[in-house]
Design a protein around this ligand. Sequence first.
Ligand code: NAX
Length: 324
Amino acid sequence: MNVTVTGAAGQIGYALLFRIASGQLLGAQTPVRLKLLEIPQGVKAAEGVALELEDCAFPLLSGIDIFDDATAAFDGANVALLVGARPRTAGMERGDLLSANGGIFKPQGEAINAGAAEDIKVLVVGNPANTNALIAASHAPDVPTSRFTAMTRLDHNRALTQLATKAGASVTDIQRLAIWGNHSATQYPDITHATIGGRPATEVVDDQAWVEGEFIPRVAKRGAEIIAARGASSAASAANAAVDHVHSWVNGTPEGDWTSAAIVSDGSYGVPEGLISSFPVTSSGGEWHIVPDLEIDEFSRGRIDASVAELGEERDAVRSLGLL
Ligand code: NAX
């Protein structure tokens, strides 16, 4: 399997590539060829990472190629992890950020369209992840939009641990947690359908003040908490979530449970068709499915609508920049 990773010399790349090469992404029976994409200034550092990958003598790693050209990097890709993005720097307006990322994700979408394998699965990690995925998908007209996803699995995993800690339970006791909307501070981590040891989470943790005042903001702003503590943004946990996302996509989700991923909306739950929004999702046969027919209470409705409105604004902004 060819796995293309962009931003390969960055900090998430450094945590991610070794896990892919060790077989944790696609399983212990699947040899992997890594195709690393960097900007020209990043190629030397990517070469350094490749030297270290060689020094691990991973039995499943069948080769590493390094590119600064998207068309070559995505040629034959079965899985594409789009990590490299333009970060927001001081004085940058949102339009500038969207425009700079459009300059990255438009050509990458075109390159995926031109040469990726038939079964291509794309995960966008680089922020703003949902809208970057939308841009890439819109420039890959021959690839089903369902193959373009954005990562909210890190938010999901963060929520699992916060809820487990509050309940004095293990993360393995929790099922049916969901992240809705945008991978941003407006996201909605939803425990209303979750169970802890088979009991409704809202019964086990009967504390709406905690949900609104601590749980939701802590999950949504966990990235800032990591930066304040570590002096750098989440890297190993983001890489771990990317591995989890692709693993679920390829191998399916367990019976009776679901996970969270940003996938293209079919109009479910009032999310406008075509937006790439996080939903509770199951996976089977290599396809994601939005969990149907959940009852959405009034509080959840407001939170979902607010985050989806932000996604709509981002889409309108990139559309007006001519990026869709
Ligand atoms: P780094 O700045 O360490 O690395 C980014 C790398 O991407 C750099 O080596 C850079 O040269 C490369 N790059 C830039 N433009 C590129 C292009 N056009 N083609 C190929 N490579 C390119 O950032 P890192 O900490 O690794 O984070 C990467 C992205 O992940 C950021 O956009 C970040 O905001 C986002 N995150 C997303 C998360 C999520 O849950 N969806 C969580 C973690 C992370 O914050």
